[in-house]
Design a protein around this ligand. Sequence first.
Ligand code: C5P
Length: 243
Amino acid sequence: MKQRRRIYEGKAKILYEGPEPGTLIQHFKDDATAYNAAKHDVIEGKGVLNNRISEHIFTALNRMGIPTHFIKRVNMREQLIREVEIIPVEIVVRNIAAGSLSQRLGIDEGTVLPRSIIEFYYKSDSLGDPLVSEEHVTAFGWANPQEIDDMMALAIRVNDFLSGLFLGIGIQLVDFKIECGRLFENDMMRIVVADEISPDSCRLWDIGSNEKLDKDRFRRDMGGLVEAYTEVARRLGIMNENE
Ligand code: C5P
């Protein structure tokens, strides 16, 4: 097989050069990390599940006119995507208190928030992705005010869509993270949703039982991660084909 040029390797994914200029191949690994990679494991089957679940979500976002980097899934572990310039800011949207919000502010996990909250985190492994304000984002030139507006608008649209999608299959969307990128096309630049959206990047609770169907199963040593992700995929109506 032809050797592909590896552009970037992250904790859970690898980016390879794509078949056409301006495209990349996004490869999903089985690696799971938490607490800024202090905790690491390989969970067989996770990459395949995230590839399928993220494909399902990004295809729907594209159909709804929410711009993303996603073109198509090409095999069990890989997708064809548009090359974007990743903005080094993670956008987290929260509907229910959990995780670092509960820890930082002492709000009981499971408390329904009076309104959805958007937060920014600076993408930096060495600093452990610190929480930052819009002021930091603009002052340090990570994104300009228009780009922040665009990212927030995308995050709100994704939240509305995902909340409804998961509610329809008996799952509460507690919170999630997205990454955005600058897509350059025909002398134009626009901000699109990039990276992945999967149970690695969302908190998903079963509505009947409150069972966690997301990466907290790994973070909190609960076990049953592949079973939980498979359940999410099953309810979304994917993973039925023999591949
Ligand atoms: O840990 P925290 O409560 O801040 O996470 C909020 C949401 O963002 C969770 O759904 C988590 O899975 C996601 N997240 C992520 N990648 C990070 C940090 C958080 O996907 N580096």
